[in-house]
Design a protein around this ligand. Structure first.
Ligand code: B12
Length: 210
């Protein structure tokens, strides 16, 4: 059903992709299912980029289309607000990495679930995470990264939090395209989330337990 959306995205048909997403929503498709289709399409775009079939402008166009679809979906998800306990979550994309579409989806799903979120943005140094933790005092910290070089940045960020004596005050989750359980071990984070909803579930578990 969502195949035509995947196809339009992969073929870089901007208008058609947006149109199709609107149509699917109008037909009653679940907003999160549409995001899953977008992720599938991004997988294919990424593979084509690796093979040298697509180039940087294609990634940029893919990013642009995804942003537009996310913006379309965001208000619909916010309508499902649950009035949660309002736990605090700090999130950012780690140093050297500027990908933020996935992170932004995590942010709006957390907010839709009643969390107070501070988003420190992209390409953030370990020291910035430390500074923001001191200021905002969250229980949960999320680190996003899509590049393999982000693994080291995540590790350094976790180490900096440890060195600042804040490691016990927060639970750290990591996520983003290539992140896996192994990277969780490598970086010293507490958990890895394969998608945004898994991140929301972790944040709930960690803030409810106190
Ligand atoms: C769009 C895109 C871009 C856009 C990004 C726009 C933006 N504002 O984000 C632009 C054009 C800027 C870009 C640039 C580059 N990109 Co790029 N990009 C992509 C692409 C096609 C899609 C990424 C995306 O948005 N996916 C969709 C989102 C929704 O998925 P997601 O981020 O994984 O997020 C989901 C989950 O992982 C999770 N999640 C994400 N973060 C977090 C955090 C937490 C805490 C939690 C709980 C969950 C969570 O929630 C989300 C929803 O479920 C990917 C291909 C791919 N397969 O991902 C390549 C890809 C990531 N890019 C790649 C590359 C190489 C680059 C460049 C180096 C290219 C270049 N030569 O300049 C630059 C790097 C710039 C930099 N320093 O960061 C490679 C990375 C390879 C690697 N292993 O290192 C990829 C994998 C393409 C490929 N296969 O080669 N890119």
């Amino acid at each position: 059903m969502t195949d035509s959306l995947v196809q339009a995205l992969v073929e870089m048909k901007e208008k058609e992709a947006l149109q199709r997403a609107k149509q699917l929503l109008a037909e009653g498709s679940e907003p999160l299912k549409i995001l899953e289709s977008c992720s599938r399409a991004m997988e294919i775009v990424g593979q084509r980029f690796e093979k040298g079939v697509f180039f940087l402008p294609h990634l940029m166009m893919a990013g642009e289309m995804l942003k537009q679809i996310s913006n379309l979906i965001k208000p619909l998800i916010q309508e499902q607000k649950t009035g949660n306990q309002g736990g605090k979550v700090l999130i950012g994309t780690v140093e050297g990495d500027i990908h933020d579409i996935g992170k932004n989806i995590v942010v709006f799903l957390l907010e839709a679930n009643g969390f107070q979120v501070r988003d420190i943005g992209i390409n953030q140094k370990p020291a910035k995470f430390v500074e923001a933790i001191k200021e905002f005092q969250p229980k949960v910290v999320g680190m996003s990264g899509l590049l393999t070089l982000a693994f080291d940045s995540m590790k350094k960020s976790v180490e900096a939090i440890e060195e600042a004596g804040l490691r016990k005050a927060v639970r750290i989750m990591i996520g983003g395209g290539v992140v896996t359980e192994k990277i969780k071990e490598y970086s010293g984070a507490d958990a890895y989330a394969s998608d945004a909803m898994a991140g929301v579930r972790l944040a709930k578990e960690w803030t409810e337990r106190g």
